[in-house]
Design a protein around this ligand. Structure first.
Ligand code: PRP
Length: 178
């Protein structure tokens, strides 16, 4: 275990097993709809989850990426698009891939953009859901790997000051590492 990790919340084995289950569930869903979904990963945190998930999907998929950042102002959070998707999503089934849903503000904005571009359907798959952090009631992830408590989590895509994204598990950072 990394020296800055206080406790492991979700192990590498648990993540891999859940990716297998979600991959099957998603494949069955889109196969039934006769659809080639467009998976949109949000940089950078979603990368490990997207990579493991698509290997567990036995249907054709397309992938693309968006990069968004959020700035907390005095009364609101401004979500800015740093990199938009390059493919057209018009009339496509879109599945947004996230590492974690916290306040929900990032996804609120991203889903609004994808719908405005004419997506037929926009669904959300997130490795982690932190329901205790939610600030918008419009965002309910369709596929969730694991629910986590309101703690600062790192690993498997999630960072603290850009570090720890490469850990193969999700853990809680030690106080002294912050
Ligand atoms: C993190 C995370 C989600 C978002 C969740 O991204 O990857 O995209 O915050 O928070 P929210 O539900 O409160 O909006 P971040 O902006 O830190 O970028 P990163 O993926 O590059 O780490």
């Amino acid at each position: 275990m990394h020296k800055d990790v206080a406790e492991i919340l979700v192990s590498e084995e648990q993540i891999q097993e859940r990716c297998k289950e979600l991959g099957k569930e998603l494949s069955d869903y889109y196969r039934e709809r006769n659809s080639v979904p467009m998976l949109v990963g949000l940089l950078k945190g979603s990368v490990p989850f997207l990579v493991d998930l698509i290997k567990r999907m036995d249907i054709d998929v397309e992938i693309d990426f968006m990069d968004v950042s959020s700035y907390a102002g005095t009364n609101s959070v401004e979500v800015r698009i740093l990199k938009d998707i390059e493919s057209s999503v018009a009339d496509k089934d879109v599945l947004v891939i996230e590492d974690i849903v916290d306040t929900g503000k990032t996804l609120e904005k991203v889903c609004e953009i994808l719908r405005s571009k004419g997506a037929r359907e926009v669904k959300i798959a997130t490795l982690l859901d932190k329901p205790g952090g939610r600030k918008v009631d419009t965002i309910v992830p369709d596929y969730v790997g694991f629910s986590v408590p309101n703690k600062f989590v790192i690993g498997y895509g999630l960072d603290y000051n850009q570090k720890y994204r490469n850990l193969p598990y999700v853990g809680v950072i030690k106080e002294e590492a912050i």
